[in-house]
Design a protein around this ligand. Structure first.
Ligand SMILES: [Zn+2]
Length: 221
């Protein structure tokens, strides 16, 4: 159901932006997930509202958090790896495969903390991410797009129905304006660091809710 809501968001975005024509209908990746994540978040909220039993709420919340971790925190950890590789290559010269592995393990351990034991065999796993080779500097856009979409949703939560007309206008603008200008249409300033906190706050609320549900269901001491 959430996948359907996600893809329907893309459909609505493309449909509303069709007067822009073929060159400006599509948005850059940074904004491409706005309508899809927005639709998914609305639908998820509705699903969750309909579930009272903590044992049923927990898997819903855990599944959602897994997705947030994969899209926001994991992509940032990959970006940190990529940045470290390129920076060291410029300063030191050609890097060995072993050095790639060390930088990968460092960045991934930094993200996982003491939650997961990262073993040596994981050191080669940077090599399965095609973006590092084919579209360098790309992976940040997943985290950027997700947090942007959640932050736009946070504006909707704060403003309610009065937010909707500006939101629809923004979708209808497609890719005809810069990300900053599209953001301004819904009253958000992409240059303001506190704007991003709106998205992170939503993730934190999910975590608090997941922990409370796990405790209430007797799954967590
Ligand atoms: Zn999508």
């Amino acid at each position: 159901m959430l996948t359907l809501a996600h893809e329907l968001g893309h459909g609505i975005h493309a449909y509303l932006a069709r007067p822009q024509g073929i060159f400006q209908q599509g948005t850059p990746l940074t904004l491409a997930e706005t309508a899809s994540v927005f639709g998914e978040t609305v639908t998820f909220g509705r699903l969750l509202d309909g579930v009272d039993d903590p044992g049923d709420r927990f898997p819903l919340l855990a599944e959602n958090l897994e997705g947030q971790i994969a899209t926001v925190f994991r992509q940032i950890a990959m970006n940190r790896f990529e940045d470290a590789v390129h920076t060291e290559r410029r300063g030191v010269g050609e890097l060995s495969v072993e050095r790639f592995g060390e930088l990968w393990l460092d960045s991934q351990r930094h993200m996982l903390g003491d939650g997961v034991e990262v073993t040596e065999n994981y050191s080669t796993w940077w090599s399965y991410i095609p973006h590092f080779i084919h579209t360098p500097g790309y992976v940040y856009a997943y985290a950027y797009g997700q947090l942007l979409a959640l932050s736009v949703y946070a504006r909707y939560e704060a403003e309610g129905a009065s937010f909707v007309p500006a939101y629809l206008d923004m979708l209808a603008a497609g890719g005809s304006k810069s990300p900053q200008a599209l953001g301004r249409m819904v009253g958000v300033d992409l240059g303001d660091p506190t704007f991003w906190d709106g998205g992170l706050d939503i993730i934190e609320r999910l975590l608090v809710d997941a922990e409370a549900s796990a405790r209430a269901a007797g799954l967590l001491a």
